[in-house]
Write a protein that binds this ligand. Structure first.
Ligand code: ZN
Ligand code: ZN
Length: 584
């Protein structure tokens, strides 16, 4: 075993039996109880002999091993060395270490301690997040964590999920490290849905639990989805993030950092109990064929049926010969022109029905899909976050050249955008990417919506989240000379097009206000958002409907996929989950 906490000594509550079937190396192993009912029994140190002190001795504050009597090879002849008995080997022990509180002593220093210091364990600096071994009970068919001893000092017992595949080999290293400093029963590898549900079931009855997810945005979205299924709204253990992905946008927004730093692992864990729970919106996505809407609009899962009727004429227009001719004869973008390319073939279904960060359409998704495909085929080249970023920029460069030359192309020719029943299609006429944002973060640390003037989008707390202050924004307007292509002729007559964009007023952006921000980006914007510029603000709304005329690439929380032609994408609010905001 990696750390010896769960198999070294029978005085521990849990010990493993490896003759069991297990899909997860950690949680499904069967354990035996030592049948001890005296809770105080477990608040003793669990000492292990060690050959090398990895921390300074808690008594003399010295790390060196010189205080010990180590047998030297010069003092023992070879035959004697080969016949070392277990007893002789023990004499090589240099010190003693508690697997729970991590206190370490030289053996000689340990002998000088009074009895209380030798026995009573307070679980050390991580005492507030370590799950006490006596809290894990074994039942005939499962484990459960309970705390019926109110004297236990356990402010925020932590459930840790780790995606070992995230961040190259970093996930694996974190897993091994945490097994040494926490209770192995509170650490779970992200393996499959059942692994997550098992963990939630074990800890369902333990109060004040918090969760930390070590992984990328995809891992966070995965666990959050299961939390939303498992708990009533806002009753889930709030979530902190250890950023191991390429983007880590939610982690940045919540203050957990843009990249994992091993030197800060301990301090990050210690900040989890002090962090502030705050609600995060979730958004439900449905993709349906446009033809289905025309034939059975009464059975739509999203209640914007009246809008469907209003836009029937436009659907007819899009299917017209005029459009077909246009698409064939004009310089269409790569991801539409090459819709049968191999990299799209395995990504033709919606990767998820929910998002928490963003959904996007067009150029950015095409780049992401190409990148994703290359990473799947050749994972060796994508073994670290740094390499991933380099490869991503390389893919972007190929597409950017294509798009900056193609000024005839614009998104309004290929989709219809409706936000809260208002048609905004004309607003994306100069855009190559359309983004529907939930959080003020996108594409590894950018914010295409731009900062709010009051800069309060990340500072409002749960109590005030129902009050949305009105702030007048000075809007960045794209001054780009794209030729206007108007296939969706109806869209040019929509009410919004007569409104000057600069006269619009938006509320502060916040991930818990049940509102989405809709932003358009040209190819130029896509480069400039990385140096702090923002895109074209289109709308702030709580329902979005996007009708796709042609096949198109799209992205959902960083997962790219390819949408076939003549589909409608409907986005609506789908509850909230609690997350943790880390403030310095
Ligand atoms: Zn201890
Ligand atoms: Zn010492």
């Amino acid at each position: 075993m990696v750390n010896g906490k769960n198999c070294v000594n029978k005085t521990l509550l849990v010990k493993t039996n490896r003759n069991t079937t297990a899909t997860n190396d950690n949680i499904l192993l069967q354990c035996e109880s030592d049948n001890t009912t005296d809770a105080s029994h477990f608040d003793k140190h669990f000492w292990r002999n060690v050959n090398v002190l990895t921390n300074p001795c808690n008594f003399c504050k010295i790390k060196t091993n010189s205080l010990f009597t180590r047998p030297t090879t010069s003092a023992i002849d070879l035959s004697a060395l080969e016949n070392l008995t277990t007893t002789t080997k023990r004499s090589a022990v240099c010190g003693i270490h508690c697997v729970w509180c991590s206190r370490t002593y030289h053996t000689k220093c340990f002998e000088k301690l009074d009895e209380l210091l030798k026995t009573e364990c307070d679980y050390g600096t991580l005492r507030n997040i370590i799950v006490r071994p006596q809290c894990i009970r074994k039942y005939p068919d499962r484990f459960r964590a309970v705390n019926d001893d109110k004297t236990l000092n356990m402010d925020s017992p932590l459930i840790v999920f780790i995606n070992k595949r995230s961040g190259g080999q970093i996930g694996e290293k974190i897993y091994k490290k945490l097994l040494k400093i926490l209770n192995p029963r509170q650490i779970f590898l992200l393996d499959n849905n059942q692994t997550i549900l098992n963990a939630l079931e074990i800890y369902f009855e333990l109060s004040n639990t918090r969760i930390c997810i070590f992984g990328g945005d995809g891992s966070v979205g995965w666990v959050v989805e299961k939390l939303a299924d498992f708990y009533h709204e806002l009753n889930n253990p709030p979530v902190a993030i250890g950023p191991l992905g390429t983007g880590n946008d939610l982690s940045r927004v919540l203050g957990w950092g843009d990249i994992y730093d091993s030197k800060r692992l301990l301090s990050t864990l210690l900040k989890i109990p002090k962090s502030h729970p705050i609600p995060l919106d979730r958004w439900h996505v449905v993709v349906e064929p446009l033809s289905q809407i025309l034939s059975s609009s009464s059975s739509l899962p999203i209640s914007i049926t009246s809008t469907d009727h209003k836009h029937r004429n436009k659907v007819d227009l899009r299917n017209s010969k005029y459009q077909q001719d246009f698409l064939l004869n004009h310089n269409t973008p790569k991801f539409i022109r090459e819709s049968n390319r191999p990299s799209y073939l395995n990504h033709r279904t919606l990767p998820n029905s929910y998002f928490i960060n963003y959904m996007s359409f067009g150029l950015d998704a095409a780049i992401a899909l190409e990148f994703h495909d290359k990473r799947t085929r050749d994972p060796e080249k994508f073994s670290s976050p740094f390499k991933n970023k380099f490869m991503y920029l390389n893919e972007s460069r190929k597409y950017m050249g294509d798009f900056t030359k193609s000024n005839r192309w614009n998104l309004s020719a290929y989709l219809t955008l409706i936000c809260d029943d208002q048609n905004y299609t004309n607003s994306v006429r100069n855009c190559h990417t359309l983004i529907v944002l939930n959080i003020p973060g996108y594409a590894s640390g950018t914010n295409p919506w731009g900062k709010s003037s009051s800069n309060s989008s990340t500072s409002r707390d749960f109590a005030s989240s129902n009050h949305v202050p009105t702030t007048s924004i000075s809007l960045p307007i794209a001054e780009e000379s794209y030729e206007l292509v108007t296939l969706n002729k109806n869209s040019t007559k929509s009410p919004d097009t007569t409104t000057s964009i600069s006269s619009l007023v938006f509320n502060d952006q916040h991930f818990g206000d049940k509102m989405l921000e809709v932003v358009g980006l040209s190819a130029t914007h896509m480069g400039l958002i990385h140096v702090g510029c923002s895109g074209i603000r289109i709308a702030q709304c709580n329902q979005v409907r996007i009708e796709i005329n042609t096949s198109m690439t799209a992205q959902l929380d960083g997962e790219p996929f390819h949408l076939p032609a003549s589909n409608v994408v409907k986005i609506k609010h789908s509850g909230q989950v609690m997350v943790l905001r880390h403030s310095n």
